[in-house]
Design a protein around this ligand. Structure first.
Ligand SMILES: [Ca+2]
Length: 151
């Protein structure tokens, strides 16, 4: 085999051996706002993992269960009204009767508001990692609560 042909065969073999390694190279994080399509496991490996920092966290930093818009409906009733499959009747002082809800947490349908809990999707302590930079009003209005069966 001529020397040039041996060199080409050798380079092809090296390329074949190195390409799979390059395909599994350490993933890099996409630029902010960049849309990427890749297997989830590769995307997860690209995430930056930081230690949790609870510095400054106090549960009272998240004001909730209030009537921030002063319409006499508490946060609980606001969530119930927003997530009802069948709207409840709303009486004086936002007393709710009737209605139907779905609890995604345990795949249950519940009739009437008394059998429901309003729970946090993300515990406040976990949310603090992002929310410590927010204003008190932003923390109060964050969508971290949802209807559950309370079971
Ligand atoms: Ca309200």
């Amino acid at each position: 085999m001529p020397a040039i042909a041996r060199t080409a065969v050798l380079l092809t073999a090296i390329a074949t051996l190195t390409l799979p390694a390059a395909a599994h190279a350490a993933p890099t994080a996409p630029e902010t706002g960049e849309t990427v399509a890749q297997p989830l496991q590769i995307a997860l490996k690209a995430l930056t993992v930081k230690d949790e920092d609870r510095t400054g966290y106090e549960r009272t930093a998240f004001k909730h269960w209030v009537d921030s818009d002063k319409d006499s409906c508490s946060t609980r009733n606001e969530v119930l009204l927003a997530e009802a499959l069948t709207a409840p009747e709303q009486g004086p002082k936002c007393k709710l009767t009737g209605g139907r809800w779905y609890s995604e947490y345990d795949d249950q349908y519940i009739d009437g508001p008394s059998g429901l809990d309003i729970d946090h999707r993300v515990p406040f302590a976990e949310a603090w990692d992002s929310a410590k930079e927010w204003t008190p009003a932003e923390r109060q209005d964050s969508p971290t609560i949802w209807v559950t069966s309370g079971r």
